[in-house]
Design a protein around this ligand. Structure first.
Ligand code: PLP
Length: 239
């Protein structure tokens, strides 16, 4: 069942990329509030990269997956939820990527806690692209300074930028935010040519994000179905 969703989503990503004349983005499957069995099912179908919002939930799911055989082993784990500094130690141990680095204090905490026997932790800087007071992420003009801090830490590896634009019923507004993110990414890549990841786009707006140059999309609902308590307006898609 989930395998069909996975194939459908991959097809939609390919179509959107082709329409935009861009390479297909990487697919991050967002596992929040899904049972470990659902993750194992997608893993068995070939999906390797998974996103988690909460450190504790991630740890519990990992313990369960460890009992589920080889297909559920060796997956790539991304933290996409806000990270408090006091959870940095656990996050640095559990994840391959942290996509929500938005302040210098977090950079130093993650660098300090990444163990020497692990590969460097891949880092995306989260940008508050819509300047929402309630949201996490750094201001666009703070990107360069944070990038310098990440690049100076041998335990971390700067890979690019991530954003969650403000929910807006107007696709034009959303697309404009993605466009501004792409400009930030291009500017950072000009200074640091090795960065390769612009993470933006979710179930209801990924075609817009791909059109503006997302290299990774984070998809939950379209893969797993609606989370409990989440309302989706299927009659009014963004496109
Ligand atoms: C939940 C979540 C997603 C996936 O959202 P869907 O609409 O279910 O695809 C992507 N990114 C972040 C940061 C999330 O919290």
């Amino acid at each position: 069942m989930l395998v069909h969703n996975l194939n459908d989503v991959r097809q939609l990503l390919d179509n959107a990329a082709r329409a935009a004349d861009r390479p297909p983005p990487r697919l991050l499957a967002v596992a929040k509030s899904q049972p470990a069995a659902a993750v194992a099912e997608l893993a068995a179908a070939g999906q390797r990269a998974f996103g988690e919002n909460y450190v504790q939930e991630a740890a519990a799911r990992r313990t369960e997956l460890a009992t589920m055989g080889p297909a559920a082993a060796g997956l790539e784990w991304h933290l996409i939820g806000h990270l408090q500094s006091n959870k940095a130690r656990d996050a640095a141990a559990l994840f391959d990527w942290v996509q929500t680095v938005d302040r210098a204090k977090l950079v130093s905490a993650l660098a300090r806690h990444r163990r020497g026997d692990q590969l460097p932790l891949n880092v995306l800087i989260q940008v508050n692209i819509d300047d929402e007071a309630s949201k996490h992420g750094c201001a666009p003009d703070a990107i360069a300074g944070l990038a310098r801090e990440v690049a100076a830490a041998p335990a971390l590896r700067l890979r690019g930028l991530m954003a969650i634009p403000a929910p807006s019923p107007e696709p034009g507004r959303r697309r404009e935010a993605f466009h501004r993110m792409r400009a930030c990414f291009d500017e950072l890549q000009h200074a640091r040519p090795h960065i390769d990841t612009l993470s933006m786009g979710m179930s209801d707006d990924f075609p817009l994000a791909i059109a503006e140059g997302a290299t990774m999309v984070r998809i939950g609902t379209a893969l797993f179905g609606a989370r409990p308590g989440k309302w989706i307006d299927r009659a009014r898609p963004v496109l």
